[in-house]
Write a protein that binds this ligand. Sequence first.
Ligand SMILES: [Fe+2]
Length: 154
Amino acid sequence: MSQDTYLSKLESAHDIEVFGEALYTSIARLTRDPRWREVWVTLAKLETQTKERLADRLRPEKAVREKPYRRWMGRVLGFAAAVAPRSWLLRVMVSETADYIKLFEELRAVAPPEDAALVDYIVAHEEAQAVFAREALAGASATFLAPVEALLER
Ligand SMILES: [Fe+2]
């Protein structure tokens, strides 16, 4: 894989985080229950952190621009997600995170050794959201954010 192709994969990952940050922020804004609002805020923080780590990696090599339509899509889908039944949303998250884990594992397979820690972190941040969604569906609210919190500002 050429360096340009690899960098464009990192850019796509950055786009996904812009979307995720807007999605969770939008859900948080529309959630009345303060405990659940804090859950979505925490998930948004993980997306922001991941987005920034990708931007830091890309910036020396190319201009990093947050695509407004990615943010807009996240906001709009966040609005829909916030009014949907929570169990439906969590089931969608289980399915979506499985797809993203696969995508990021493919990225890990082509990442140069100097990016191994970054790409491991990106896979882990997706796995943490999968754990959250599965445990939230199972009602394990005391522990469902532990993997997400462990990754924040690590
Ligand atoms: Fe993410």
